[in-house]
Write a protein that binds this ligand. Sequence first.
Ligand SMILES: [Zn+2]
Length: 166
Amino acid sequence: MKEECPLCGAESELHCVPYEIPFFGEIMIFTTVCASCGFRATEVMVLSEEKRGRCEMVVSSAEDVNAIVVRSSSGTIEIPELGVSVEPKSGEAFISTVEGVLKRVENVVKMLSKDGKSKKRADEVLKQIEEIKSGKASMTLIIDDPTGNSAIIPDKLFFEKEIITE
Ligand SMILES: [Zn+2]
């Protein structure tokens, strides 16, 4: 499908790819790629009846970090135990795992810690993340999404992970 690039106005390519998630249902992934300026945007839409405005999962074991996280561009991610929240941004939907979300948080915290004042707090958060990943500490992952297009899907044994976008 063709559409106009929101950045440069050139004709860009819109791809829609449906995915079936076992024990959950179908989701649709929309990717816009502009060959002229390099603009890229991803959106996701939940097609199953599992649409929820608020998803919550307690992550308390090393297996829990393998749960699938579908975050639409309207979803706000919150991890109260880490004092972290990730604001929604248009075109920045993703499908990842809890571990992938923690990786993003780590990267942001590492960047912030370069400014000396917040270094101590940053080191604490990084240590907490390590403990969560190894199952020694727990956290609550919350996604607030008024459109209902975000989801947290607990890992199942034979889960195929080919849907992960990053
Ligand atoms: Zn463009």
